[in-house]
Design a protein around this ligand. Structure first.
Ligand SMILES: Cc1cc2nc3c(=O)[nH]c(=O)nc-3n(C[C@H](O)[C@H](O)[C@H](O)COP(=O)(O)OP(=O)(O)OC[C@H]3O[C@@H](n4cnc5c(N)ncnc54)[C@H](O)[C@@H]3O)c2cc1C
Length: 344
C-alpha cells in the first residue's frame, strides 16, 4: 500500500462547497504522514504550486488549478492524556470537524460545543482559527502537527506558535509551507457554558432543557445555524464570504453618526470591528441574483451558487458587493475564503 491515490486532470466540483467546476492538474488523496513526506519529495511536486484541500468549504475556485492538490485523508480521534479536570484529544486532519465536536460533547467534554456544525476538516480548523458563537479554537488548542515543506520534516507546533488571530494563523500566512496532519485540543470535564450569544439560551429553553450540558449547547447552536445558513448540499456556498472589517475607532464613530444602527464591537488597539453583513444588506444586496451567482436571501454575508455559476461569476458578484460597500461606507471588505486562480 503506497498510502496515496493520484488522479490527473481531476474534477473538483464535488470537492468544493460552492459546487463550481474546476480541475486540478494532479490530485492526491493521502492516507498517512509517511506517504505525505514521500509525495512532497517528488521533484514534480517540489516544483509545483501545491494546494492543500480539506472539504473545500472555505475556497473559491475562480479557474482551474494548474498545480498539485493534496487532500489529507487520515482519520482517527484519540485521548492522549487526561487527568481529573482535563482531557487532551488528538484528531487526524482528515476527520470531519463536526464529527470531532459530536465526539467531544457526546463524552460531556467542554471546549468545542460552540463550534458545532462548522463544515470542513479538522486539518483546516487552525488555518483560519475557526470561530462562531463567541468561541474559536484558540481557546482550546493544545498543539498542531504539521509537515514543514521548507525543512521537509514533520513538526509539532505548540498553540502559542500557531499565531492564531481573527480568521488568521501562521498556516494561513505561509500557505505553501505547512500541511497540517493532526490537531490536539485540551478539553475540560467541567466549565461554564458560553450561552450569551444571540438566541442560544432561548433555543435551549425551547428544547425544554433546564441544566444544559455541552451536548445541549452544540444542539441549540446547530439548530440556529441550520435555520440561518443555507445548506451547501442544497445551495452552493462557503459560509461568510467577507470578514468583519476592523477600523480605527474615530472612523467607526464617524460612521455611527451617519448610520446609527451599524453594529460595531471593540477590537482592541483603539479599533472597532464593523458588521460586514449589515453594510452589505444596507447596500441592498441580500437576495441579489445574476444568472446562477448571487447573495443568499437568508444572509447577506453568504454568496451562493444557484446551480451552474462559475467561480469567476461568483467572484464578480463579490467584487461588486465590496465596491458598493466601499463607496457607501469608505470601508474595504476582504474575502474570508481563499480565492484560487485569481487575485482579489
Ligand atoms: C455553510 C458554512 C458555514 C461556515 N461557518 C463557519 C463559521 O461559523 N466559522 C468559521 O470559522 N468558518 C466557517 N465556514 C468556513 C469553513 O467551514 C471553515 O473555514 C473550515 O475550517 C474549512 O475547512 P475545509 O476542510 O473545508 O477547508 P478547505 O476549504 O478545503 O481549505 C480552506 C483553507 O485551508 C487550507 N487547508 C485545508 N486543510 C489544510 C491542511 N490539512 N493543512 C494545511 N492547510 C489546509 C486550504 O489550503 C485553504 O487555504 C463555513 C463554511 C460554510 C460552507
Amino acid at each position: 500500500m503506497i498510502g496515496y491515490q493520484l488522479l490527473e486532470r481531476a474534477p473538483l466540483r464535488a470537492r468544493n462547497t460552492f459546487g463550481v467546476e474546476a480541475t486540478a492538474a494532479l490530485l492526491a488523496d493521502v492516507r498517512s504522514p509517511a506517504a505525505l513526506a514521500e509525495l512532497l519529495d517528488y521533484p514534480l511536486v517540489r516544483q509545483s504550486e501545491v494546494l492543500i484541500l480539506g472539504e473545500g468549504s472555505n475556497l473559491l475556485f475562480a479557474g482551474d488549478f494548474d498545480g498539485v492538490v493534496i487532500a489529507p485523508a487520515t482519520t482517527g480521534i484519540q485521548i492522549i492524556e487526561e487527568d481529573a479536570d482535563r482531557v487532551r484529544v488528538r484528531a487526524e486532519a482528515g476527520e470531519r470537524w463536526d464529527d470531532l465536536v459530536r465526539w467531544s460533547v457526546g463524552r460531556g467534554l467542554h471546549g468545542l460545543e460552540n463550534l458545532a456544525l462548522i463544515p470542513g476538516s479538522v486539518g483546516a480548523a487552525p488555518i483560519q482559527n475557526i470561530g462562531a458563537y463567541g468561541a474559536d479554537i484558540s481557546q482550546s488548542l493544545a498543539f498542531v502537527e504539521a509537515f514543514d515543506r521548507d525543512q521537509h520534516v514533520h513538526r509539532t507546533l505548540a498553540a502559542a506558535d500557531c499565531v492564531l488571530g481573527y480568521r488568521d494563523s501562521l498556516f494561513k500566512r505561509e500557505a505553501q509551507r505547512w500541511v497540517v496532519t493532526a490537531v490536539a485540543f485540551d478539553l475540560r470535564r467541567s466549565a461554564d457554558l458560553r450561552l450569551d450569544y444571540a438566541g442560544v439560551r432561548e433555543e435551549i429553553a425551547a428544547m425544554g432543557v433546564e441544566s444544559p450540558r455541552p451536548l445541549h449547547a452544540a444542539e441549540a447552536i446547530s439548530r440556529i445555524r441550520a435555520r440561518k445558513l443555507p445548506l451547501p448540499s442544497l445551495l452552493g456556498n462557503a459560509g461568510s464570504f467577507f470578514k468583519n472589517p476592523s477600523v480605527p475607532s474615530a472612523q467607526s464613530e464617524a460612521l455611527a453618526d451617519r448610520f446609527a444602527e451599524l453594529p460595531s464591537f471593540a477590537d482592541g488597539d483603539g479599533k472597532q470591528k464593523l458588521s460586514a453583513a449589515w453594510m452589505i444588506e444596507h447596500c441592498g444586496w441580500r437576495g441579489f441574483r445574476e444568472g446562477d451567482a448571487g447573495v443568499a436571501a437568508q444572509h447577506a454575508l453568504v454568496l451562493v451558487n444557484h446551480g451552474h455559476a462559475s467561480g469567476a461569476q461568483i467572484l464578480s458578484v463579490a467584487r461588486r458587493v465590496a465596491d458598493s460597500v466601499e463607496q457607501t461606507f469608505g470601508v474595504a471588505l476582504e474575502p474570508e475564503p481563499r480565492i484560487i486562480g485569481a487575485r482579489w
